[in-house]
Write a protein that binds this ligand. Structure first.
Ligand code: HXC
Length: 259
């Protein structure tokens, strides 16, 4: 795949792919081409058997500063409608393998929304999260009003979305938006370590567990519990379940095949 704004690095020994947003001069502003490339890269990793987990990062200064304002400024409603900008976001939302965002510097607007679409967030001490769209006359459009509110609660989300104020990594950790804070020189390494730890787990169980956790945002407790139970039963038809439990009983390390 030839990509202009995305770098892909596969670590076969760890079963982890690192996808880096690479538009540094624009602080990784998410233009349409970058988003299309990101979707394509993620979809490719999703079907690559040598990859079990993905790390998504920007650079030290910026994870991403949101949609490309210069590309968007003159659009009409009909342009936006016809472009169907959000279909790439919908496709990214459907990626089955776990994605860990490694965030340093700015994660703003669509950048914050992209980080929140990932399954976990490892942040550097310099990370700043914000939904500043209000300052340019709009509001979050790629899930911010929903995901941020679910992550940090109504009053914090309202404050961030209605004032456009950024929060620090420390505040984001306290609010439950991110998993952890690490020194800036280690944030990427740490995210890869976390991804590698997950990549060692039986991949079918990881995939179904991800799907089941995400269901919690979409259903009533009753339906969610029923979905969980069916998926729990389903995993008993995997070879990895037989191997995992047998290995436990025989006091040896399991050898998972991902089937
Ligand atoms: C296009 C952007 C950009 C953006 C920064 N740049 N953000 N270009 N779209 N969102 C460009 C600047 O124009 C500049 O290029 C270069 O990146 C460096 O930015 P500076 O402003 O000079 O850097 P700094 O002073 O360090 O300030 C950083 C910043 C500020 C605080 C992040 O750039 C900023 O406030 N950016 C806008 C953030 C924002 O409003 N995001 C929400 C976008 S709307 P030049 O060539 O001019 O020097 C959105 C909706 C999502 O995300 C909907 C779903 C897709």
């Amino acid at each position: 795949m030839s990509m202009e704004f995305i770098l892909i690095n596969k670590d076969a020994a760890k079963f982890v792919a690192h996808i880096q947003l690479n538009r540094p001069k624009e602080l990784n502003a998410l233009n349409a081409q970058l988003m299309t490339e990101l979707r394509d890269a993620l979809q490719e990793m999703d079907t690559d058997d040598t990859i079990h987990a993905v790390v998504l990062s920007g650079n030290e200064k910026a994870f991403a500063v949101g949609a490309d304002i210069k590309e968007m400024a003159d659009k009409s409603t009909i342009d936006m409608y016809l472009e169907d900008k959000f279909s790439v976001w919908d496709a990214i939302r459907k990626i089955k393998k776990p994605i860990i965002a490694a965030v340093s510097g700015f994660a703003l607007g669509g950048g914050c929304e992209l980080a929140m679409m990932c399954d976990m967030i490892v942040a550097s001490e310099t990370a700043q999260f914000g939904q500043p769209e209000i300052k340019i006359g709009v509001m979050p459009g790629a899930g911010g009003t929903q995901r941020l509110t679910r992550a940090v609660g109504k009053v914090r989300a309202m404050e961030m979305i209605l004032t456009g104020k950024f929060i620090s990594a420390e505040e984001a950790l306290q609010a439950g938006l991110i998993n952890k804070i690490v020194p800036v020189e280690l944030y990427l390494e740490d995210a890869v370590k976390l991804a590698a730890e997950i990549a060692k787990m039986p991949s079918i169980a990881v995939r179904i567990a991800k799907e089941t956790v995400l269901k919690a945002f979409e259903t009533s407790l009753e339906e969610g519990l029923a979905f969980e139970r069916k998926n729990f039963y389903l995993l008993f038809s995997s070879e990895d379940q037989k191997e995992g439990m047998k290995a436990f009983i025989e006091k040896r390390k399991p050898e998972f095949e991902g089937r």
